[in-house]
Ligand binder design. Structure first.
Ligand SMILES: C[S@@+](CC[C@H](N)C(=O)[O-])C[C@H]1O[C@@H](n2cnc3c(N)ncnc32)[C@H](O)[C@@H]1O
Length: 230
């Protein structure tokens, strides 16, 4: 994959305006999470399974904006720990430089690995302690790069809010999600299917109180917020 060079001289992710919109929601959820939970959880962890290089560029316009990992480290009320995983060496190297800037908090733990690997799962579970840590995990799916078994393994007996992006634009995604009736919107279909997927593992169940929601925008990306009982 080719990475354009951004104004800071490092490779960035070639993105579209939809990415900015997606990150708008992620940034706001991060703010709500840290502000709302700071009195309840002294240890709040940010986990990014597919962190990217930390900066995005819209190639048509040249517009630049921070990626999810940098946004997380800019949170006004900071996380107390951050675990950033990226498998590709080019974005990983750029991420390492950007995320160690002195104005960002906390200093993250970086891992260059497949997020489905036992090493990645072990690291996350070691750092997200069942008794003392509340975590926010962002899964910016490109396609089906993260196995549901990985999500199950990471979240079992841990308290983790998940935000997962799902792209509707690809034929593979549409086939995967399916539609139980022609009247179903993709969001409704996704909610049902995803809940089913998570519950059939027997490990993670969506909370009774409507803990699953999918926000569907006119663009081709949806964000699913899942709160799983640990
Ligand atoms: C959609 S981008 C992430 C963008 C990032 N969230 C942002 O806001 O800038 C997905 C990233 O995940 C990486 N990736 C793909 N499959 C992966 C895997 N199995 N484990 C870890 N990283 C992966 C890709 O190299 C890419 O940089």
């Amino acid at each position: 994959m080719d990475y354009p060079i951004s104004s800071d001289g490092l490779p960035a992710r070639d993105s579209g305006e939809w990415a900015r919109e997606k990150l708008w929601y992620v940034e706001r959820y991060i703010g709500i999470f840290n502000q709302g939970m700071k009195k309840h959880w002294a240890d709040r962890a940010y986990v990014d399974l597919m962190a990217g290089p930390g900066r995005c560029i819209v190639s048509q316009t040249g517009a630049e904006f921070p990626g999810s990992a940098v946004l997380a480290l800019q949170s006004k009320v900071p996380f107390t720990q951050a675990i950033l995983i990226e498998q590709d060496p080019v974005p990983y190297a750029a991420l390492s430089v950007r995320c160690n800037a002195p104005d960002l908090k906390p200093t993250p733990t970086l891992l260059q690995a497949d997020c489905n690997s036992p090493e990645a799962v072990r690291l996350i579970r070691e750092r997200v302690r069942p008794e003392s840590t509340l975590a926010f995990c962002f899964v910016d799916l490109l396609g089906f790069d993260v196995a549901f078994e990985t999500i199950t393994a990471i979240t079992a007996t841990r308290r983790i809010d998940l935000v997962i992006t799902i792209r509707f634009a690809t034929r593979k995604t549409r086939r995967f999600i399916g539609r139980s009736s022609p009247r179903n919107t993709p969001a409704e279909a996704t909610t049902g299917r995803r809940s089913a997927l998570l519950t059939t593992t027997g490990r993670a169940t969506c909370s009774e109180a409507g803990g699953t929601s999918v926000h569907r925008r006119p663009s081709s990306t949806a964000l699913a917020l899942l709160r799983l009982s640990g």
